[in-house]
Design a protein. Structure first.
Length: 527
């Protein structure tokens, strides 16, 4: 593919210098296509996948077009959320770092309006705001529209979804007609075309649309879960994949609050973000997430659009989104600027149909994944410790440590294997003694009086159903009491046992080996 350098786009020296300082080596395809169009002053509609640099695609031309000698507002950018307004202002500020006399001001609800008015009075050429607050200033006449020559609607379709249509139309009517109107988003549903027809003039569409709407470097999987198991499955996935940062989307504020408490209770660094929080709280959560103190951001769709945080490794759809577009935007919080990412969606019952719609809309495949077992979680932890140990053995001088261990072995009657195993147990950081486990079997899909147990045989091993039934009978000391069918496929299988013995079978089988191989067993209620 042809590569466009920023210095081929006819940009001024201070901006090129800022771009270099920001570490952008070449223009992204949407930047290469949109910057010349937006600079030309034409109305435009820009569409490109999430995380592909749309902000700079409109931010750079705006900076090129403002007159820093004038203190009037010349460009206005509307964003659907406060967090996004702050972020867009920050990106444009970075791009304008070497321009003297430029003032860029975010104005959004929840922030002290008196302070905002004072800043506006001091003069700013570019204002970035949420529609509600901009309307507020318009009514107070604290934002003057008469010198605005450019208006950008970032996430234009979302602002319509949120019911800002009237506000946007009112604002557009206030801005001089010879203005330039530009819309950007990763998705462009039909409703947006009405706005385009009414309020734009001969708009040029600039699209960098691949076959699929989602970014190809995001691995997408789904897990079929029962609602009450979501929390446990999420924890297992967090433990196995160990993301540096992750975003978990829920459909309601209440679910966000509940999940945050649950995750915090389990010892994760999780915080919630939704519209009922005070602005100071929202700001605190966002900055804590940006600097990595909060590792898991649990959010409603307020965080679905535009939010750009490095190192988001995984996006979870704890609840499947209501609308197809939201899937695109939500998972787009990972895999930004060419990085890799993962998107895991939880699917409950009829959600599978919704998932089919989403796949059709996005033109991507979302594959099913089995829920990791507790054994899988443990194995991952063990693998990580062993990997670290290999590193230490290869890179460090261990002579002194070996001396200490040797002395210890001489004093006590231990083998080096005992010591190594004890250290491993210590490194895993969990009490290895058996925790009493409460089993809540619920309805596992088995027939009356029976409970279905889920068995993970591990990597395809040659174990026959008879071996498993035999082992269960042997381990639990209940020969002949095992009734029921066995359904073997791939590396998983189900067995059915009478409900009253299910707990004992589970406990007896926890550390069972068949043909010397470990298997794991658990209630099948999440399958
Ligand atoms: N040319 C470039 N080279 C490298 N990184 C870039 C370039 N342009 C922008 N970026 C960075 O890529 C990231 C994503 O950019 P941005 O937030 O503008 O994406 P977007 O297309 O608006 O995504 P979304 O649809 O989610 O809003 C940002 O961190 C931005 O600084
Ligand atoms: Mg964006």
């Amino acid at each position: 593919m042809e590569v466009t350098r920023f210095d081929e786009l006819g940009l001024s020296e201070p901006i090129l210098r800022a771009i270099t300082e920001m570490g952008f080596e070449e223009a992204t395809p949407i930047q290469a296509k949109a910057i010349p169009v937006v600079m030309s002053g034409k109305d435009a509609i820009g569409q490109a996948q999430t995380g592909t640099g749309k902000t700079a695609a409109f931010g750079i031309p705006i900076l090129e077009k403002v007159d820093v000698k004038s203190k009037n507002i010349q460009a206005i950018i509307l964003c659907p959320t406060r967090e996004l307004a702050i972020q867009v202002a920050e990106e444009i500020r970075n791009l304008s770092k070497f321009m003297h006399g430029i003032k860029i001001l975010p104005i959004y609800g929840g922030q002290d309006i008196v302070k905002q008015i004072r800043s506006l009075k001091a003069g700013a050429q570019i204002v970035i705001g949420t529609p509600g607050r901009v309307m507020d200033h318009m009514r107070r006449k604290t934002v003057k529209f008469d010198h605005i020559h450019t208006i950008i609607l970032d996430e234009a379709d979302e602002m319509l979804n949120m019911g800002f249509r009237e506000d946007i139309e009112t604002i557009l009517k206030q801005i001089p007609e010879e203005r330039q109107t530009v819309l950007f988003s990763a998705t462009m549903p039909k409703a947006i075309m009405d706005i385009a027809k009414t309020y734009q003039n001969d708009a040029q569409t600039v699209k960098v649309v691949k076959k699929e709407l989602t970014v190809p470097n995001i691995e997408q999987y789904y897990y079929e879960v029962k609602p009450k198991n979501k929390e446990e499955v999420l924890s297992r996935l967090l433990d196995i994949y160990d993301p540096k940062l992750s975003v978990v989307f829920c459909n309601t504020k209440r679910m966000v609050d509940e999940l945050v408490s649950a995750l915090q209770g389990r010892g994760y660094f999780a915080e919630g973000l939704h519209g009922d929080l005070k602005q100071s709280q929202r700001d605190r959560v966002m900055s804590s997430f940006r600097n990595g103190k909060t590792e898991i951001l649990v959010a409603t769709d307020v965080a679905a659009r535009g939010i750009d945080v490095d190192d988001v490794d995984i996006v979870f759809n704890y609840d499947l989104p209501q609308d197809d577009e939201y899937y695109v935007h939500r998972i787009g919080r990972t895999g930004r600027a060419g990085r890799k990412g993962r998107a895991f969606s939880f699917v409950v019952g009829k959600d599978v149909y919704k998932l089919k719609d989403i796949q059709r809309y996005c033109k991507t495949k979302i594959l099913a994944q089995p829920i990791p077992s507790l054994n899988d979680v443990k194995n991952t932890k063990v693998d990580k410790v062993l990997e670290k140990i290999s590193g230490i053995i290869e890179e460090e001088d261990l002579t002194l440590m070996i001396d200490i261990i040797e002395k210890h072995l001489n004093q006590e009657d231990y083998t080096s294997m005992d010591v190594a195993a004890a250290f491993l147990s210590l490194a895993l950081g969990e009490k290895q003694e058996e925790q009493p486990r409460e089993f809540d079997f619920g309805n596992t899909g088995a027939e009356e009086g029976m409970v279905r147990l889920f068995i993970n045989i591990g990597k395809k091993q040659n174990i026959r159903p008879g071996d498993i039934l035999g082992a269960i009978a042997g381990e639990s000391g209940m020969p002949g009491k095992l009734v029921g069918s066995i359904d073997m496929y791939d590396k998983y299988t189900f067995v059915e046992v009478p409900r009253e013995y299910a707990s004992e079978v589970l406990k007896a089988m926890e550390n069972a080996k068949i043909k010397g191989k470990n298997i794991s067993i658990e209630p099948a209620n999440q399958k």
